[in-house]
Structure formats: C-alpha cells, structure tokens
Write a protein that binds this ligand. Sequence first.
Ligand code: UD1
Ligand code: CA
Length: 457
Amino acid sequence: MENRYAIILAAGKGSRMKSSLYKVLHHVAGKPMVEHVIEQVEAVNVDEIVTIVGFGAEMVKNHLGERSKYALQTEQLGTGHAVLATADLLKDKKGTTLVICGDTPLLTSKTLKELVKHHEETKAKATILSAVARDASGYGRIIRNEANLVEKIVEQKDASESELLINEFNTGTYCFDNEFLFEALTQVGNNNAQGEYYLPDVISILKNKGEVVTAFVMDSEDESMGVNDRVALAKASQLMTERINKEHMKNGVTFIDPANTYIESDVVIGSDTIIEPGVYLRGKTVIGSKCHIGAHSNIFNSKIGDNVVIHSSTIEESIINNGADIGPYAHLRPNAEIGEGAHIGNFVEIKKATIGNNTKVGHLTYVGDATLGEDINVGCGTVFVNYDGKNKFHTTIGDHSFIGSGTNLVAPLTIGRNAATAAGSTITEDVPDGDLGIARGRQSNLEGYAKKMPYNE
Ligand code: UD1
Ligand code: CA
C-alpha cells in the first residue's frame, strides 16, 4: 500500500464546448481526454482512483469501466463541491491524494510523479502543480507573498487588474494531505464571481491555518493545457500529435510531413518504415519494419507485417503479412487476412476473407466470406457473390487456381486446386481440382449486322 489516492474531476458540463457530448469524452488524438488522464494517473501507482461524474455521465462510467471508482456530483456547483462528492469513499484515508482535471489530456505521468515526490518531500499539506505562460488568461493565477510563498489562487473572473498580469497559473492538478483536504473543503464557500465552490480555495484556507502549501512549477506550458473549448481541443490534438510523432521519429520511423500525419497513442511502428502525408493510424494498429504507408491511408486496429507497401487505402481490423502490397484505393474491411507477398490492387474490396501467400487480386474485385489458397490469380472484375439478401455464404479456392476476369462466384462454392474459371462465367457449381469451369452463353456473330445498328440509321 502506497497510501496514495487519485481523484479525477469529470462532472463539469463543459458548456464552453457547445456540445451534446460530455466534455471529457471529446477526443484528443483519437482518444477521449479522460482516457489520456486516467492512463497517466494509473502509471503513478495509486491505491485507488475515484472519478467524479455528473448527472447523465453513464457514458464516462461505461468508458472507464472498472479502472476507477465513481462518485456522483448531481449538481455542478464547482470543483470544490465536486471533490466533496468523494468524501464517502476517501474522507477517512490517511495519505496523499492527487487531484487532476479530466480536461488536461497532455499531462504526463512523469510530471505527476515529480509532483507527488515534491509534495511528500516538502511535507506540505497542499502542493499545486503550476506552470508559467506568456499569457495565462482563462486560468486561475498563483498569488505569492513577498517571501515568494504561495498565498492563494485567484480565478480569472475574480482577479484584479494586477493579478491578471501574473503569468504563473494553476494547472488544476494538486496533491493534498487527504485528511486536511476534506477538512478544508467543508469551509469552502461560494462567494465569488461564479457563485461556485472552488477547489483552489482550499489553498488559502490551509495557508491561513498556518499549514505548508507550495507550488511545484512544471517546465512545459504545453503539457499543462486545459481544454475548455474547441479551439483548445484542436490545439491539444496538435500538441499530442507532435509528441507522438516525435517519439516514432526517435525510434527510427520516417515521416514526410509529421504535421499532417495522425497517429493515435497506442499505435506501434517498426523502424525504417516511411509514412507519407495524410495518413491516419488508429486504435491498436501495429506496423512492422521497412513498410511504406502511402498518402491518405487510413488504418484502424490492424496488424501489418514487415516490408508491406500500402498505397492510399483503407484498412480496418485486418492482418497483412510480410511483403504484401495493397492499393491504391483498396478497402480491407474487418477480418481480412492477406498472405505473405500477396498483391491486392486498385479498387478491390475484401471482407472476412483469407488470401493465401503470393495470391494476386489485382483489380476491381469484391472478395467477401472466402478462403483463398496460395498463388492464385483472381482476374479483374471478379465478384464473390456471398449474399442472398438474408444469409452470407462461403467460397473456398484451392492453391494455384486461376479465376478468369469477370467471374461471378455464387457461394456456397468450392473451386479446387489448379482449377480455373473461364472469363465472364457465373459459377454456381463446385469446380474440381484441375478442371476449368465455364458457364456462359455461346457467341454467335450476325454477319454485316453492325451497320444496321440504330446509330448508323
Ligand atoms: C479550473 C481551476 C483553475 C485552473 C484551471 C486549469 C477551479 C475553480 N478553477 O478552472 O484555477 O487554472 O482549472 O485548467 O477549479 N468539474 C466538476 N464539477 C464541477 C465543476 C467542474 O467535476 O462542478 C470538473 C470539470 O469536468 C473539469 C474540471 O472540473 O474536468 C475543471 O473544471 P472547469 O470548469 O474546466 O474549470 P476551469 O474554469 O478550467
Ligand atoms: Ca478547464
């Protein structure tokens, strides 16, 4: 037991977002803000995390699940009032409580650990995580006395003109001695510009009692950013993207234009992979080494091997093995698995299908609900007819077969090994190993008839 606790404030309405979605669920680099926050808090090693949620915040609970306990703040009467909602769960604990806002997605566990260390070493009853900005407007300002010791925090809306000039601000993250926190909270009033119970008032309450309160000044203004509106949301996403991309570059990934490449925080990329502009890599995507991910590709929750080339394609929940090449303009829908060295060409859609090693599906083809062996050639314009409007059916094709262009493969169907279909066939019966399936009307030529066509009239 570390005797450490954490409180995440996530009950605020977020009215400045002008949104029907809860503020802390807005995404920064593909992930809800509160998710970024809880990940960093988890890395600090606390005994218990309590997230404060508001009326209608089932979505926050559903999102974080059992990673946190919850306290309900039914009316949003301010950050101090919010923390009091955790009293039943935390009030009697001895130790250090970290309080953090759900709308500061860029704060890192490294900074949080430094804050906790500083708080415990100085034996303070409260430590504010502060930062210095060129322009601190919008934030609560840190007021220090002549001896440079922290006196209080003044909110923007309550600040005098001279206080507004102060550029050290409250990041909304603090460490408290837990018992002193709950004791002081009972004394916080709401006589201020916003008529709210401010958590920062705990600082002056403890100070006036003669307790030690300090500020730990972090060195990155960017990291401390709080998101209150969509302008800040976009800025936070941009900063998070820069941070993520820089990390990949340090690990040996080449970016042609990092400012226009969007990689979510859980994505893994091997070295010597090259990523062109406009690429989105999302969810739990893993990309191997020496891959080339071409412009405007969008890859979600997929596993890509080494030496894979992807041109301008969309790939969802699929697996692409070493040396395969995809696109341009291919769409791999969930559960496509592409074998080693296979080629998936332009305007090909693949869904719930396994494509064997070195098989080629080059052009304008739909493959759905199918198992294809190795070294098969699927001709242009082939359609796997897998759906009768109600049920889906499977097609299997054996190794080394050749599917002629424009074939309709009406499932359920099995094409054997070394088999073939004639171009333009609508295949409804199985084709045994080594056979050619042909299913099309015979051609007859009408002699001299072309000149009788309507366009010649
Ligand atoms: C707060 C701080 C300010 C600091 C800034 C840092 C207060 C009074 N002010 O201001 O000093 O500089 O953060 O970003 O604390 N919340 C609740 N219940 C409530 C009100 C808010 O849970 O009744 C939650 C919000 O969901 C949010 C967090 O508390 O995650 C902060 O609230 P917000 O309204 O964004 O405070 P700021 O005005 O940004
Ligand atoms: Ca805020």
